[in-house]
Design a protein around this ligand. Structure first.
Ligand code: PLP
Length: 426
């Protein structure tokens, strides 16, 4: 053994050294550059305890995963209970946990969504949707949006709309057309009788928390129905109560043909993805039950926790809480943009899916640095480095939420002060 496995507590630097030597040198460098050398030791609720002994308030929710916060007691309990009986299944006999989760999802998702396919991540769930749309319609043409993020496997990457991540991997999956997000006329111009599906996020997350104009999603649904194309709603980041409703497409009464979920579905405990479709979109299962499979997808452990995660959202009123706290965050966002227009262009979003757009490039890094200095965790949106996501867990207490807002205000003030000193107070 060349390294690791020591009984002694590792130092912060030794962990980054291991990462640099055996995982990803570039990533280790950026951790060092941002001063993020302490590693994560434990976490609970909205707080992460690191090896430097500090508790960090997480306003990023692990890229949107921690809807229920870290290690929600009911979800830890559900996992332990299931572990004591059956973690992974033989897959030779039917699964009770997967079947019960599927029935629950059919109940809580909009419209006629009925059949669930389980996988292990958002990208994998999107791959399922792309394949299901093809086999259901016998067509290959897909419409997606610029700035979109659907994951980084080949199909999901093709559907995503950022050249930076796509370029090294071309040629990608053929027959995709990208149109500007929020522009219904542009989408209508390319959706036709050859289109298998339109893939869209109800709010673009990694694109910079972009809320589309009212009527956009219902317009897409109309255009799809007109041409027999399927509407695929990517709720990987927006789902599970984050925007103030269980699914963000419910704000506009949308009934998708296929819906994709992951992140919060695992309750902050386990990875799981799901693709749920209408009987029409999933009719192929009847003839081809093994046409798409996943060894770990739908395992008893993850599906038992996911069912409990959905119940917790309903029973603890987490979607409603996202709405209330989101309104407070929006008010603070307006104040921040008014008080410090040199730093904050705007804070936008829906519920507790919010993004702060900085006034110009370069300020994002400075603001994140100031937040880290105040022991608050925040991250950029992947496709838009001008936007820092503000997405605390939905279970965050009122006191911790106000504490986070104060840290944010202080960090913005600090960046504003430095910026004005650099420009000579102009
Ligand atoms: N779809 C959306 C909207 C996402 O935000 C993400 C991840 O951020 C994905 C898909 C991909 O999920 P994963 O990283 O689990 O593959």
């Amino acid at each position: 053994m060349r390294s690791g496995g020591q009984a002694m507590q590792p130092t912060d630097d030794s962990i980054l050294d291991l990462m640099a030597s055996f995982m990803n040198p570039g990533l280790a460098r950026s951790f060092r550059f941002m001063g993020l050398t302490a590693y994560e030791v434990s976490a609970e609720g909205a707080w992460v305890t690191a090896s430097d002994g500090f508790r960090y308030l997480d306003f990023s929710s692990g890229y949107g995963v921690m809807v229920h916060g870290y290690r929600h007691p009911r979800l830890v309990e559900a996992a332990k209970r299931q572990l004591d009986h059956l973690a992974l299944s033989s897959r030779v006999l039917p699964s009770r946990q997967a079947s019960e989760l599927a029935a629950l999802l059919a109940d809580v998702t909009p419209g006629d969504l009925t059949y669930s396919f389980f996988s292990n991540s958002g990208a994998e769930a999107i791959e399922g949707a792309i394949k299901f749309a093809r086999v259901a319609t016998g067509r290959t043409h897909m419409v997606a949006t610029t700035g979109a993020f659907h994951g980084k496997t080949m199909g999901a990457l093709t559907a995503s709309g950022r050249d930076l991540y796509q370029r090294p991997f071309r040629p990608l999956v053929p027959d995709f057309t990208h149109v500007p997000y929020g522009d219904l006329a542009a989408a209508e111009a390319v959706i036709g009788p050859q289109t298998a599906a339109v893939i869209v996020e109800p709010i673009q997350g990694e694109g910079g928390v972009v809320v589309p104009p009212a009527g956009y999603l219902s317009g897409l649904q109309r255009a799809c129905r007109k041409h027999g194309a399927l509407l695929v709603m990517d709720e990987v980041q927006t789902g599970m109560g984050r925007t103030g409703k269980l699914w963000a497409c419910m704000h506009e009464g949308i009934e998708p043909d296929l819906m994709v979920m992951a992140k919060g579905l695992g309750g902050g405990i386990l990875p799981i993805g799901a693709t749920i479709g209408t009987p029409r979109a999933m009719a192929f299962w009847d003839e081809m039950p093994l046409i798409h499979t996943s060894t770990f997808g739908g395992n008893p452990l993850a599906t038992a926790v996911a069912a409990e995660a959905i119940r917790v959202i309903a029973e603890e009123g987490l979607a409603e809480r996202a709405q209330v706290l989101g309104n407070r965050l929006a008010r603070v966002g307006i104040e921040l943009a008014q008080a410090h227009p040199d730093v904050v262009k705007e804070v936008r979003g829906r519920g507790l899916m919010a993004g702060l757009e900085v006034a110009h490039e370069g300020l994002g890094g400075a603001l994140m640095f100031e937040l880290f200095q105040r022991h608050m965790l925040a991250v950029y949106t992947l496709n838009n480095p001008l936007v820092i996501r503000l997405m605390p867990p939905l279970v965050i207490s009122d006191q911790d939420f106000e504490d986070g807002l104060s840290r944010l205000q202080e960090a913005v003030q600090a960046v504003s002060l430095v910026a004005s000193e650099l420009t000579g107070g102009a």
